[in-house]
Ligand binder design. Structure first.
Ligand code: SAM
Length: 259
């Protein structure tokens, strides 16, 4: 294999160089050989190499034209989509009704945005295996009343089943990132919400943007009669479980709050 182009910090390019870690990550994908698999940010192909041996319906999405050229030479016949993953529409993928799995050692500067875009299109997805900053993974699986619990935890936990599989130290990357990493698995097995995603987002954002205040204050800008008999608005944002946020949003919808 020829040498890959020089890594660019601005694109979050930290490439995996440890064969054992690469196998461990690819082994964790809950997919069968015939399933469709899409890799986010293949870079120079550290994961792609093994993925292409295991999955015949593999496509990759990479923004960096230099890496795309390198991948074309290294993996002739591989479907390479040169695009900003945030502009990619997951519902456009034709799986002929079969499962769709996402995998990626993510560019860390847009981890949350990628997560939200996957959650938004969850009905088209089966699973996502994502390497991200350990701190972000911990926020996602955080329990109510903890410091890490927030918008990411509520939304991810209502829209998928998240699980941290293992941690990954900086030394297995070149160049090493400044933070520790974790591999997180999302399984998209949750039933549809009883409220609209966009209304849930509004309520959760409002609550956590003023997380030190009581909910009665934080939700003032909704300009709505809050159903105080049913929910305790003296609590702070972090005290409500993801399910309570869903219930509250559904009740506010019934009361015409977002009309
Ligand atoms: N998968 C490779 C590996 O594990 O060695 C590279 C992972 S590297 C952390 C992240 C990759 O995402 C880089 O190749 C980078 O160019 C790509 N990337 C960065 N921003 C992107 C974007 N907006 N859309 C698609 N790919 C992006």
């Amino acid at each position: 294999m020829s040498r890959h182009p020089k890594t660019k910090k601005s694109l979050g390019q930290h490439f995996l160089k440890d064969g054992n870690m690469i196998s461990k990550i690819v082994d964790a994908i809950p997919a069968s050989p015939d399933d469709t698999v899409i890799e986010i940010g293949p870079g120079a192909g550290a994961l792609t190499n093994l993925l292409s041996e295991r999955f015949k319906n593999l496509s990759v999405i990479e923004i960096d034209g230099r890496m795309v050229e390198f991948l074309e030479e290294t993996f002739p016949g591989l479907e390479i989509i040169q695009k900003d993953v945030l502009k990619f529409n997951w519902s456009d993928v034709n799986t002929e009704g079969g499962p769709l799995h996402i995998i990626g050692n993510l560019p860390y500067y847009i981890t949350s945005q990628i997560l939200f875009s996957l959650l938004e299109k969850r009905e088209h997805l089966t699973s996502a295996l994502l390497m991200m900053q350990k701190e972000v993974a911990e926020r996602i699986v955080a329990e109510p009343r903890s410091k890490e619990y927030g918008i990411l935890s509520v939304q991810t936990r209502l829209m998928s089943t998240p699980e941290i599989l293992f941690d990954v130290p900086p030394q297995v990357f070149s160049p090493p990132p400044k933070v520790n990493s974790s591999v997180l698995k999302l399984t998209f097995n949750k039933p549809p919400l009883s409220c609209l995603d966009k209304n849930l987002k509004t309520v959760v954002r409002m609550a956590f943007n003023q997380r030190r205040k009581k909910l009665s204050n934080a939700l003032k800008r909704l300009d709505a009669e809050l159903p105080s008999g049913e929910f305790d608005f003296n609590l702070r944002a972090e005290a409500l479980s993801p399910e309570m946020y869903e219930k509250l949003t559904a009740r506010l919808e019934q009361l015409g709050t977002f009309a």
